[in-house]
Design a protein around this ligand. Sequence first.
Ligand code: AMP
Ligand code: MG
Length: 430
Amino acid sequence: MSEPKAASLQEIGSCVGGYDPKALPVATAREFLDRLVPRLQAVEKLALRSALGRVLAEDIVSPIDVPGQDNSAMDGYALRATDLAASGDTVLQVAGSGFAGGGIAGAVGPGQCVRIMTGATMPAGLDTVVPQEFVRVDGTRIAVATGVVRQGENRRLAGEDLARGATALCAGRVLRPADIGVLASLGRAEVPVFRRLRVAFFSTGDELRSVGEALTPGSVYDSNRYTLWAMLQRLGVDVLDFGVVRDVPEALEAAFRCAAGAADAIITTGGASVGEADHTRMILASLGDAVFWRIAMRPGRPMAIGRIESAGRSVIAFGLPGNPVAVMVTFYALVRDALLAMSGATATPTLALRAASVDAVRKKPGRTEYQRGFVERTAEGGLQVRLSGAQGSGILSSMSKANGLVVLGHEQGNVAAGDLVDVLMFDGLG
Ligand code: AMP
Ligand code: MG
């Protein structure tokens, strides 16, 4: 597909208000990425159960009313509200029974009612269901006391869940369990979804050893490829692991070229700052277009963003810092939503909790800070968050002990113990 020439990264920056690559607020970086990333177009049809977690590619318009007919919401007796006496008992003749999946044939006359089960179609002319526990049965007659039921109660209307012709689900939705159920209630066996985004990643650094290798003095195990793998797995993208790449320009360039040929996006860690071995920036610039940021955030200040043209496609590269916590924080704060947008998903803001900070935290306005915290309920029923350990950007164990990230916004100053802070939780109902 040939597209009009994309704006250069510099041009994108000039369209984003307050863009300063040397002191870039998180919100501005997010806006830049949203403008930069291309959206997947390729669609595939999947069997309903295979579509869980995938991005819906088309609006789904309901071809039927759900439910298809007015039906009972209770086990009881269907009746005509106009038959109910204003005072005292109403006695009605039971004219038949209706079960779920069936109805009752024939007309039901005045003064008559029908024994009905939950889900059974309402007999023509009857508009109300009195639950069986409110009824006294005497042979083929029932007595209903005044006031136990009002007109229209315990009856579900045709189309009250989903009306025929209405949009049931919009394109761009990441399909969750309830959506899969909604699609089933419309009788859909197959669903159009965008193909999975392919994300390649590799670690850079001469000091890195892969799991299974022996450590030598000064070397560390490469944990970033594992946290990245895990975060990407949860995002539902196809993951391509390109291993550890040495801090050698030729090796890095080959890895970028190879990854660009195979993936829609590339994530690298390490070598994005101004250290001697920081070739990532140079190579990204030589392979396409690139910008280098100092983001007003902590942890995770340096970041390189590149766009590599490969076989007529634009592949987006995210050069993250090397420190293990900085990798996770920049991924959650910036990369995750960019990848979701690339996947075709409509943006849905991640909801933060407000919890009282147990700790006093020093914080300078002018950057966004992310702290690892553990949220719990207090004896009084409120929420509190406690920092989960040392906050250095290399300390992954305090990330592992945390159940969320405390986000101290760009403008925020010092936090006193007891102040309410925003927390992004790692887990929901899933
Ligand atoms: P860099 O950004 O390459 O200067 O790396 C910053 C710090 O993060 C250094 O202490 C690195 O050893 C560490 N680091 C870089 N990459 C990884 C990785 N893949 N796994 C664990 N630690 C890493
Ligand atoms: Mg390095």
